[in-house]
Design a protein around this ligand. Structure first.
Ligand SMILES: Cc1cc2nc3c(=O)[nH]c(=O)nc-3n(C[C@H](O)[C@H](O)[C@H](O)COP(=O)(O)OP(=O)(O)OC[C@H]3O[C@@H](n4cnc5c(N)ncnc54)[C@H](O)[C@@H]3O)c2cc1C
Length: 388
């Protein structure tokens, strides 16, 4: 399949949008109201093979190029599902990437097959309350004891942990004082969540209540040595492999969400009549929406530039960070404007734009905050001193 930045993967976009037609705005509102997983959507995506698109063909995945995955997730968000929809499947696409790249054939079979077949749910446990974005400072420890590591510590915001079978977890195996660089001495494990050793507490949150994000309190969880991915002490480097693709994918999803909000705003502005004419006839209503379109489409060019670089194995850090930054800003602005365009009705759940508005805060914060994307460009592109 050739990559065309102007029209990336049209068949994939059309196929995913078609599947998503079965899940309208009321479906997502219902899932949110009932605070339940979008099981029907998840199963439809699984049965159509979309969960395993990034997995190697040898394991039953589609082994699709990265731009195709960004296209697919953008279509999921754009269908109106927003972050509620993408969160139902996102964890399958890049969380397990370190296993694909650094796992042994035995680990591929044991860890990836159940994901390809949709039999197990993963989660991704990196963030800690007291270290924040300074990931190399994580305090969770893994102490080797014969054939197992005993893992103890606290993680926070771990999305999907309450329903996950296994977690990808970053833990320190060598005390930081004994390491040459802070990034050394961290190891990555993909292991079963034994609920007798892992207490899981959902965090009440601002949106996407369909998949809980949780605090994990881990008390001497025995993790078999064979669950370690790659070499001991190199886990942070393995994580870096998935950082750029995840940023690009989140950016693609954000553009999709912004487009969904914009489409609703324009539709409403065209039909809502006040002072005997459609509100969209007023320039003060139509101009901000036109600006939203420009911002979203400009961000999208950066998303697919970053995706094209990544697909070709070229450096893409600046573009991936820029895409995540621009797409998050453009999506948030479009969702906010969509609410304002709906006037008082924008505040009503029934019109759905308030859900998208709440969800649009997420790409501003995760997987990394906007400030850090700016710092990356300041330091790596502009050659300014590292600020953190
Ligand atoms: C709904 C949700 C789901 C999540 N899911 C997961 C998950 O599944 N797995 C996981 O591991 N994590 C997850 N996260 C965590 C997320 O990745 C982090 O919240 C994010 O990386 C920010 O870290 P922090 O919250 O600790 O912010 P902090 O590091 O405490 O930062 C707080 C603020 O300070 C600013 N700041 C900090 N340092 C600097 C600096 N040096 N210069 C300028 N500004 C700075 C930041 O920009 C930010 O605005 C999730 C978060 C949310 C909200």
């Amino acid at each position: 399949m050739a990559f065309d930045m102007l029209d990336p993967y049209p068949e994939i976009r059309a196929g995913v949008l078609k599947l998503c037609e079965r899940f309208d705005m009321d479906y997502w509102a219902r899932c949110e109201r009932e605070q339940r997983l979008a099981t029907e959507f998840f199963e439809a995506m699984r049965d159509a093979g979309w969960l395993s698109v990034t997995m190697p063909e040898s394991l039953g995945g589609a082994g699709l190029p990265f731009g195709a995955v960004a296209t697919m997730m953008q279509a999921v968000a754009e269908s109106g599902g927003g972050w509620t929809a993408t969160t139902a499947v996102h964890g399958y696409l890049f969380g397990p990437h370190a296993i694909v790249v650094h796992g042994t054939p035995e680990q591929h079979e044991r860890m990836l097959k159940p994901l390809v077949e949709g039999r197990e749910r993963p989660c991704f446990a990196v963030t800690e309350a007291n270290t924040g974005l300074d990931t190399t400072r994580v305090k969770t420890r893994a102490v080797r004891n014969g054939d197992v590591y005993l893992v103890s510590g606290e993680k926070v915001w771990i999305t999907g942990a309450a329903i996950a079978d296994r977690m990808m977890i970053l833990a320190r195996t060598t005390p930081i004082e004994e390491c040459v660089r802070p990034m050394d001495g961290l190891s990555l494990f993909y292991t079963r969540i034994d609920r007798r050793r892992v207490e899981i507490r959902p965090i009440p949150k601002h949106g996407v209540e369909t998949v809980a994000s949780c605090v994990l309190i881990i008390d001497e969880l025995p993790v078999p040595v064979e669950d370690r991915i790659g070499e001991e002490g190199k886990g942070f480097r393995y994580l870096l492999d998935s950082i750029n693709p995840e940023r690009i994918m989140v950016a693609a999803e954000a553009v999709g969400m912004g487009r969904a909000a914009l489409q609703r705003a324009a539709g409403y502005a065209a039909q809502r009549r006040v002072f005997d004419r459609p509100i969209g006839q007023n320039q003060s209503v139509q101009h901000p929406l036109a600006r939203n379109w420009m911002e979203l489409e400009a961000a999208n060019l950066m998303v697919f530039k970053a995706a094209a670089l990544y697909e070709r194995g070229m450096p893409c850090g600046a573009e991936a960070n820029a895409a995540k930054f621009l797409a998050a800003e453009a999506a948030h602005s479009a969702c906010r404007q969509a609410m304002l365009t709906h006037g008082g009705f924008g505040y009503a759940r029934e019109y759905h734009v308030e859900r998208l508005m709440r969800e649009s805060m997420l790409p501003m914060i995760a997987p990394l905050a906007q400030n850090l994307a700016l710092s990356f460009v300041a330091e790596r592109v502009l050659g300014l001193p590292k600020s953190y």
